[in-house]
Design a protein around this ligand. Structure first.
Ligand SMILES: Nc1nc2c(c(=O)[nH]1)N(C=O)[C@@H](CNc1ccc(C(=O)N[C@@H](CCC(=O)O)C(=O)O)cc1)CN2
Ligand SMILES: Nc1ncnc2c1ncn2[C@@H]1O[C@H](COP(=O)(O)OP(=O)(O)OP(=O)(O)O)[C@@H](O)[C@H]1O
Length: 190
């Protein structure tokens, strides 16, 4: 196993790994597997109000999942970033205009009242480990702050490149554990 790295080193190493993985056929296949596993997950089946983000290229592509969830009549809430590294969730009606932020992420164009009382939140990240259900994100601390203030069930979709048997990044006191991880591995992964 890879030795412990500092967060900055880990993030740049892991971004490159995810970029390489995104070019392989396994990425798309795992996106589909994760989508169907997510639809069967009890936290998803029980939730009515679900928070999520639109995926970047390195992340699990949940566009198919979003379509299915809408078809099942779930209420979807899209993340919006605010100054002070604060994250809010806004009700996302189908077809509502979106805009791309300076980070390259799509958010609702409209400023409207947040509703952070969600049943479930899909949490993106660079890497996850079932040991402590740990996560490392892109580094803004948005989710750690949000989850310190809002009690919401959290679920992460983890492909084989995001999966680590134990964390190889340093854990910090403010890191929030996930409630569950859905993990897809490849044959030969530990
Ligand atoms: N899909 C998604 N949305 C999210 C997050 C996330 O991790 N993933 N965030 C989690 O906190 C917040 C925004 N934080 C972000 C942190 C880093 C980058 C980022 O690395 N952007 C790339 C450009 C990507 C592109 O252009 O496609 C970059 O700056 O290199 C983006 C958003 C809220 N929305
Ligand atoms: N609850 C909190 N209150 C105040 N600051 C926080 C809190 N949680 C995290 N931070 C700060 O946010 C910064 C980034 O945190 P961290 O490295 O854990 O980000 P991350 O979880 O990987 O990113 P993200 O959640 O945006 O994907 C750190 O400087 C950290 O001190």
């Amino acid at each position: 196993m890879t030795a412990l790295m500092d967060k900055k080193t880990f993030r740049s190493w892991q971004r490159q790994r995810l970029a390489d993985f995104a070019k392989t056929p396994a990425k798309k296949r795992q996106d589909q597997e994760l989508t169907s596993l997510a639809l069967q997950h009890p936290l998803v089946q029980e939730a009515k109000k679900i928070g999520l983000t639109l995926p970047m290229l390195l992340e699990v592509d949940i566009n198919g999942l979003i379509k299915e969830l809408r078809g099942e009549g779930k209420e979807l809430y899209l993340a919006k970033c605010h100054p002070g590294w604060q994250l809010d969730f806004l009700k996302w009606d189908e077809g509502a205009p979106l805009m791309q932020t300076k980070f390259g992420v799509w958010e609702l164009a409209e400023e409207k009242e947040a509703d952070n009382a969600l049943d479930l939140l899909f949490v993106p990240g660079l890497a996850f480990s079932p040991a402590g259900k740990s996560r490392i994100g892109f580094g803004g601390g948005y989710y750690d702050r949000f989850l310190a203030q809002n009690s919401v069930q959290t679920l992460a979709l983890v492909n084989s490149a995001m999966y680590f048997k134990t964390p190889v990044w340093p854990m910090e006191d403010h890191d929030q554990a996930m409630d569950d991880l859905i993990i897809v591995k490849e044959a030969g992964d530990e």
